[in-house]
Write a protein that binds this ligand. Structure first.
Ligand code: NAP
Length: 483
């Protein structure tokens, strides 16, 4: 199946931080793929901006190298690459300085969308917004894209929101959570709201519990210093896992429209229960074949930051009261996998007599091998009587939809095209981010006040043993962490 590509209108995109890691690995190669797909028109213009003193030709060489390294299958098409590089400019600019702004303003063409991607540290967001305003670049054609982390607590998120709101309307601010750009995450909404089958069962009457897992095999590596100030709660739960939880738990919006969707997500965040300390397990990986311990990697033998977290979360509303959501995420685990698992309740009564517990389980796999599996109970084949077994109805998106149906389009490129189209559905609204921090802050404050120390777990394992007990206390088990 070939996916439809609808070209966007020509645009001017400025990437502040255009020489950084994110621009090199994700943004620029993603734009190149959209160019090759025919979605980015040849008269679009992309301007890299950073402090480094580079000529336009040097920047084009930099981008060429980035695309050779990270551009995927199309990176060998030198004709297309040369045509893409023609769309590029570079302006040396310090977010806090005065030079280069007039030149940048001169590159912005009248009557086009002007998108400014803030791919820099959040401490520079306010400066960039202010300079853009000083140079007349905050009109109705302008929009800004801001990267995570959006604050490190409620107070800093509010401050960032205030800094941006001084010059931009909420409708011009695109806060990226790249998880929302993943094909399967969007499919979650399609499955829930495009099928009659699931919605009647999607509540605490039929769903026993839900598990959301985002497991990584890598450790913090060279990002130790940054990560030590963040931890799994701030880095993953407050944003990515929270967004997945919202999409699973939200009520159907009246239409697939940015504010209707985001209103419903916000209601979920506001309905989250406070989390009891004994419903959270935090961990740090030990040294192993995979590398040094977390403490060694962050360079602090006494750090209390967590590289793993598992928690039981309640959603106090009509639909979900009584159905726990178990979230877990961690580094240096056994396998890399992101998965949402909806475990339905057991039958009230089995006409087949005493048999093992059979339940329907819907698992939605975000990575790797995007797809969905629905576990159904059938008769064991053969003449052995009415014995029941569970088998998966398996739909791999890559197999079912062909290459174009799998996540070939990286989340970043999909989201950037949405920015150009002016569609905010897959971006977080300011009040959503603040509500997520308002829920997260007391949990983190509690650890600090009590001086909680994370448990040590083996590198390459499924996490601390206490996380197993978190579910065992409720007579439940985690799904295996497997790729
Ligand atoms: P990075 O590799 O450190 O790059 C930072 C960029 O900002 C460079 O281009 C740097 O270039 C520029 N810069 C720094 N100070 C500047 C200033 N005063 N004025 C103008 N430009 C300045 O960081 P990154 O990994 O690309 O991350 C960028 C943002 O994305 C961060 O907020 C990060 O948290 C977020 N993010 C990154 C990733 C990722 O995978 N890398 C993932 C999610 C979110 P010069 O030094 O030449 O100025």
């Amino acid at each position: 199946m070939v996916s439809r590509v609808i070209p966007v209108e020509p645009f001017d995109l400025v990437i502040f931080g255009g020489t950084g890691d994110l621009a090199r690995r994700k943004i620029l190669p993603g734009l190149f793929r959209r160019f090759c797909a025919g979605q980015m028109p040849p008269d679009a213009a992309i301007t890299g901006a950073a402090r480094s003193d580079m000529s336009e030709d040097e920047y084009r060489d930099f981008v060429r190298d980035a695309i050779h390294e990270f551009g995927g299958e199309q990176n060998h098409d030198e004709d297309k690459l040369s045509a893409f590089l023609e769309c590029l400019h570079y302006v040396p600019i310090d977010a806090r300085g005065e030079n280069g702004w007039r030149e940048l303003a001169g590159l912005m063409r009248k009557g086009m969308v002007h998108a400014f991607y803030f791919s820099v540290a959040p401490g520079l967001f306010g400066d960039l917004a202010e300079r853009l305003n000083q140079h007349g670049l905050t009109d109705e054609d302008s929009r800004i894209v801001v990267e995570k982390p959006f604050g490190r607590d409620l107070a800093s998120a509010k401050e960032l929101n205030r800094d941006l709101a001084a010059y931009f309307d909420e409708g011009q601010i695109y806060r990226i959570d790249h998880y929302l750009g993943k094909e399967t995450v969007q499919n979650l909404m399609a499955v829930r709201f495009g099928n009659m089958l699931f919605e009647p069962l999607w509540n605490s009457q039929y769903v026993d519990h839900i598990q959301i897992t985002v497991a990584e095999t890598v450790g913090v590596g060279g990002r130790g210093e940054y990560y030590d100030k963040s931890g799994a709660m701030r880095d993953m739960v407050q944003n990515h896992l929270m967004q997945l939880l919202c999409l699973i738990a939200m009520e159907p919006p009246s239409k697939f429209d940015p504010d209707a969707v985001r209103d419903e997500k916000l209601k979920v965040i506001r309905a989250l229960d406070d989390v009891e300390p004994h419903h959270i397990v935090r961990g740090q990986y030990d040294a192993g074949d995979e590398g040094p311990s977390f403490r060694e990697e962050v360079g602090d033998p006494r750090t209390r930051t967590e590289s793993y977290i598992a928690m039981k979360v309640g959603v106090s509303n009509w639909r979900w009261a009584g159905t726990p959501f178990y979230l877990r995420t961690g580094k240096r685990l056994k396998a890399r996998c992101s998965e949402i698992v909806v475990v339905f309740k057991a039958l009230n009564h089995s006409i087949f007599g005493e048999q093992e517990d059979h339940r329907n389980v819907l698992s939605i796999r975000l990575q790797p091998n995007e797809g969905m599996t629905l576990g159904v109970t059938i008769k064991e084949p053969g003449p052995g009587g009415m014995r029941l077994i569970d088998v998966p109805l398996d739909m791999s998106f890559a197999e079912a939809l062909g290459k174009d149906g799998s996540d070939q389009t990286d989340a970043y490129e999909r989201l950037i095209m949405d920015v150009i189209r002016g569609n905010q559905t897959l971006f977080m609204r300011g009040d959503e981010v603040e509500a997520a921090w308002a829920w997260t802050d007391p949990i983190i404050d509690g650890w600090d006040t009590r001086g909680d120390v994370p448990k040590i777990y083996d590198s390459g394992s499924e996490g601390p043993v206490d996380a197993v007990q978190l579910l065992a206390r409720d007579t439940r088990v985690w799904r295996k962490v497997a790729s």
